[in-house]
Unconditional design. Sequence first.
Length: 752
Amino acid sequence: MKPEDTLNAADAAAELRARAEAALLESSPATPRDAATLTLEATRSLLHEMQVHQIELEMQNEELRRAEAALDASRARYFELYDLAPVGFCTLSETGLILQANLAAATLLGAPRVTLAMQRLSRFIVAEDQDTLYLRRKQLDETGETQSFELRMLKHDGTRFWGHLAATAATEADGTRVLRVVLSDISSQKEHEIELRHTAHYDALTTLPNRVLLTDRLEQGMAQALRRGKTLAVAYIDLDGFKYINDTHGHDVGDQLLAVVAARMKHTLRDGDTLARLSGDEFIALLIDLEDGDASVPMLNRLLAAASQPVHVGELVLRVSASMGATYYPQNVDADAHQLLRQSDQAMYRAKLEGKNRYHIFDAAQDSRASGQHESLERIRHALAAREFVVYYQPKVNMRTGAVTGAEALIRWQHPERGLLLPAAFLPVIESHPLAVDIGEWVIDTVLTQMAQWRVAGLDLPVSVNVGARQLQQADFGLRLRELLAAHPQTLPGRLELEVTETSALEDLTQVSQAIEGCRDIGVVFALDDFGTGYASLNYLKRLPVVQLKIDQSFVCNMLHDPDDLVILDSVLVLASAFRREVIAEGVETVEHGEILLQLGCELAQGSGIAWPMPAADLPAWHAAWQTHPAWLNRHSVSRDSLPLIFAGVEHRAWVTAIENYLKGVGVHPPPDHQPCRFGTWLDTTGNERRGAQAAFQAIALLHRQMHALALALCALHDAGQTAEALARVSELHDLRDTLLEQLDALVHERR
């Protein structure tokens, strides 16, 4: 005891005695003090001392009772605060056992306090985060400093939550070392933190990674490609026709369409691949761990297919397609993430100009030889002055009769260093520049000159010229066209046709319609190009006085393998008939394309299956030698009752391809059984009513059932791990398909 503590205690005792004596005097009568009572006085003094001590004891007891009551109250307040605290308190042994826990800790851990005793705290921490607890405990033992950390915890019933722990070391009165742990639930804060992080890295509408996260993943993918010796593909995706849907039906509908298309495209990718949204209707797909560039082709096709599927928004059935540009990494020259995005964007634009609903692969070798795919405005202006541009011509024919009905003029650039360049190499640069008008007028002037020369040589063909939005929307477009025609009096205005691309952003349809009407007054007619893919198919058709529709080649090229494209193509033909418009199909590449078009009632066509674009000097010889294909000659359209037979052929061709791809591991899920396909439905209803006892119908129905049964059996083998056996029997499926197609075609001819 310290000296000052001794003095304080003595003072307290003296004060207590004084208080006791005062209390005794107040409670006892005065005692006379004279010599005769001395002995008695001594007795009374002794009695006084005893009374004083008694009062001292009573007062001490009272003080003790008050102190004890205060201590009990303090202890009660402590335990009340301990138990009702908003955070959990735990005392742990050196081995991590819970010695004591308050009510808040018991509530957080979802267990009664009595059951927590002698359980390890680690039992309430997820396995992946237990190392964090161990390392923090080790750091506390080594430094003695309070440890504050976060980890994922488990309630008694297995429910997860985020916990924050603050741990300190302490020594009990008996010398035992313990840990004091303060525990709190921070799940809501972590969710908010995760939400903020998600907002910073993901697109709110589609939940896809945004540009920030894309950049990070692209850089990681590039490093991974170099490290593993693999190829990375970067695909830039732009939706065709989205602007029209957004403008016509509103942003809410446009947003719903974007969300659906994004989800479908994402579903086609593999684990590890990334689909990100840049902005608007632009997306980027990162395809990792490819053996080479060719390995990306099936994925690119799946992305295109996913983007072009119909989307139902309320009572609306909407459809867009995608133009896609792809580039690969590593390349022969150094390329960073920004360059890869630029290359894929450039390739995408090329795909859009070539007809949309397709992909184009960036030519890195060509890009390395030139400063860029797009030349500068000044260089293009120089090319126009130096007469470096040329016009190629692609014939148009009537497939049924074999007549050549005209040709389409297509500009090319005979570049002195880079050779013959397609329009994608230079037209995008001038699309919104006045130079586009100059080049457009040059093409018309060149075509009028060429038509006059052909006519002198005995070849009189109508020629169509593409007119861009910039040129068509000039206030003096009609006047300038009259001046050009006046400069070539040998060429009749009626032999010139102008094509307005449906994908042109025509801002003032009223003005454009008036311009077209003005041209019709002088004999020049218009066609609507790329019909079905642009901003306003029906709106343009309704408001623009065009005489012809050109079905976009994307529908024609894919109709042999995509039943939906075939349905769209048929719908366009019905629509054109209702509006009394002539129809011509672009993209006829094979005899089969022509056969189906003729069966549907479309006789006019152009495409590589007829003739590639050629220089003007080559056209007369081609014209003299041209003969339509025997399969096309005099082939007439079929009745609409027979259309299900045509659809059946396309449907089953596409279905067999999907089955084969699934067996080869291309698809994650098998294609749906096509027993309820269009043909199957027709066969069970209308066909059943009309086929009677015809042997042809019975044979087709049998083949139809055999195909589906065999396909199901092959998929079952694949799912059971017997893929090699399934693939070995794919030829059986091909044979059934070919036989079915032959019999369907024969039945179509029989029913015509």
